[in-house]
Design a protein around this ligand. Structure first.
Ligand code: ZN
Length: 134
């Protein structure tokens, strides 16, 4: 098992804790901080749908709560036979923490590696705020 496969396996394990009673769409994610520390998350749905949190956002906020400010890698997996890529909101959250690469899977579960620039070209980030240009 190579590194990408290991990260996808870890993301699939995180999806085992998914709370997805409405969609049945389980998602897991693992964040690898620039320091090498790893943090997992799963999607957590809510009867008021707009309060649902994605697995990637869960893992990112868990890492941030532990003090992480630079994220190297995020791996995302949907263990029920779907390929999945991060939603737009999660891509923007990844931008905030300068994610270097994003690992997703195809429908067969094989890892696919992207840069954040691949997934969110011409993005807006912390350096684009007027206050950061002074
Ligand atoms: Zn998302």
């Amino acid at each position: 098992m190579n590194e990408l496969q290991r990260l996808i396996a870890e993301a699939r394990n995180a999806a085992e804790h998914s709370y997805s009673p409405y969609s049945g769409f389980r998602v897991g994610a693992v964040v690898v901080a620039a320091t090498g520390s790893e943090y997992t998350g799963c999607n957590v749905e809510n009867a008021a749908y707009n309060h649902t949190i994605c697995a990637e956002a869960n893992a990112i906020t868990t890492a941030a709560a532990a003090g992480v400010r630079e994220i190297d890698t995020i791996a995302v997996a949907c263990p029920d036979g779907f390929g999945c890529t991060p939603c737009g909101n999660c891509r923007q959250m990844m931008r905030e923490f300068n994610v270097r690469r994003v690992i997703v899977t195809d429908e067969a579960g094989e890892p696919i590696e992207y840069t954040l620039e691949d997934l969110l070209p011409h993005s807006f980030g912390p350096g684009d705020l007027p206050s950061s240009r002074e």
